[in-house]
Design a protein around this ligand. Structure first.
Ligand SMILES: Cc1ncc(COP(=O)(O)O)c(C=O)c1O
Length: 370
């Protein structure tokens, strides 16, 4: 199979469709040109279809997913508010860190990386009725854990708390139906399962949560202002990254042409194919509830160093994967199978992996020259 080098199998940024690259490279449009205002006019409706919401308010902002999360917290929380954060890895800890910057107090329920916080504990916490919001990472990119949102959504609804979801590594790849679940605020970014270039934060806010948005105390990070601007093309707050927005529209067209059900099913099937193949090679996914968009495998039992493996895959076949986060840098390989990643790409990766491992075995057998 012919694949482009580098073959990006990272948990974002991800492979761009040729037509998305062409859209990116088109003539420079002005942010107030009729052509661009039409693009802007179409984007919120497309985002609603992707997140399965009829009525969510939508903000599209130049910046990354982190900006989106921070805008959500800054505009939702004040010093009188208490927030509950469910944390089981790097991105959960970051949610708590951001929440502490804006809320009066933050309670964190933690599970070891890759494990879920038991439903009994978050239910008991929420039942106290103290929390304005509960924040969770839908797919934690550091461990490949997918948080099952159904029960958490019900518990937060019952408690009257707003559910704030970091969907950066899930929206467009893992099933997430905003209205059906009753998600209050959903944040994602362009460079992951939506398969657009990095640089746009997408924030969808339920009508109810939108009514409770407050002054963020910031001009650029104010969610209310960005919703107004995103939903009324022609109003100015600051110049958006025009070309990225044009490319994002093309990427969203591709997502919607495939259809959400088909897309979610494709991600599920690719993920389970990869996990089966890796487990036949002695590498297990570390997450208790593995996600359809990114898989993280522990290489330590095989005595393989992730930095070595990533270099081998890249030098031999141009495959670029993620490695472990923080202390697990040398221990984990993180394979993104989001967006445009196909079964054939994963087969190509497995071929490269087998080649690297065979090379390593041969190297080991080679007699030492004295
Ligand atoms: C789950 C999750 N949340 C937040 C972020 C931060 O997004 P960004 O890098 O676009 O700021 C990432 C990035 O990898 C992520 O995976």
């Amino acid at each position: 199979m012919e694949v482009e080098r580098p073959l990006l199998l990272t948990p974002g940024p991800t492979i761009l469709h040729r037509s998305v690259r062409e859209a990116l490279a088109g003539p420079q449009l002005s942010h107030d040109s009729p052509e661009f205002l039409e693009v802007l006019g179409r984007l919120p409706g497309m985002v609603r279809k992707v997140v399965r919401s009829d009525s969510a308010r939508v903000a599209l902002v130049t910046g990354s997913g982190t900006l989106g999360m921070e805008m959500a917290m800054a505009s939702l929380l004040s010093r009188e508010d208490r927030v509950l954060v469910l944390e089981s890895g790097y991105f959960g800890s970051r949610l708590a860190e951001i929440a502490r910057m804006y809320a009066g107090s933050v309670d964190v329920l933690s599970a070891p990386p890759g494990r879920l916080v038991p439903a009994d504990s978050y239910r008991a916490a929420l039942e106290t009725g103290r929390y304005r919001a509960v924040a969770v990472t839908h797919v934690d990119t550091a461990t490949g854990l997918e948080w099952p949102l159904e029960d958490l959504a019900r518990a937060s609804r019952d408690a009257g708390s707003i559910l704030l979801v970091d969907g950066v590594s899930s929206v467009g790849g893992a099933r997430l139906e905003m209205d059906r679940l009753g998600v209050g605020v959903l944040v994602t970014s362009s460079q992951k399962c939506l398969a657009a270039p990095p640089g746009v934060a997408l924030i969808a806010v339920s009508e109810e949560a939108a009514r409770g948005l407050r002054d963020s105390g910031s001009l650029y990070m104010d969610l209310r202002r960005w919703i107004e601007v995103s939903e009324s093309p022609g109003r100015y707050l600051s110049t958006p990254a025009v070309n990225l927005f044009v490319a994002l529209e093309r990427a969203l067209e591709i997502v919607l042409e495939e259809g959400m059900e088909a897309r979610w099913a494709r991600h599920e099937s690719n993920a389970s194919f990869l996990r089966d193949e890796m487990s036949r090679r002695g590498m297990r996914a570390i997450a208790e509830a593995p996600s359809p968009t990114v898989s993280v495998f522990d290489l330590a039992p095989l005595g393989i160093d992730a930095l070595w493996l990533r270099r081998e895959l890249y030098e031999r076949r141009g495959v670029w994967t993620g490695i472990g986060v923080g202390p697990n840098k040398s221990r984990h390989i993180r394979v993104g199978h989001m967006g445009n990643v196909s079964r054939a790409h994963l087969e190509f990766f497995l071929g490269a992996l087998d080649e690297a491992l065979a090379g390593r075995a041969r190297g080991r057998r080679r007699p030492r020259i004295k």
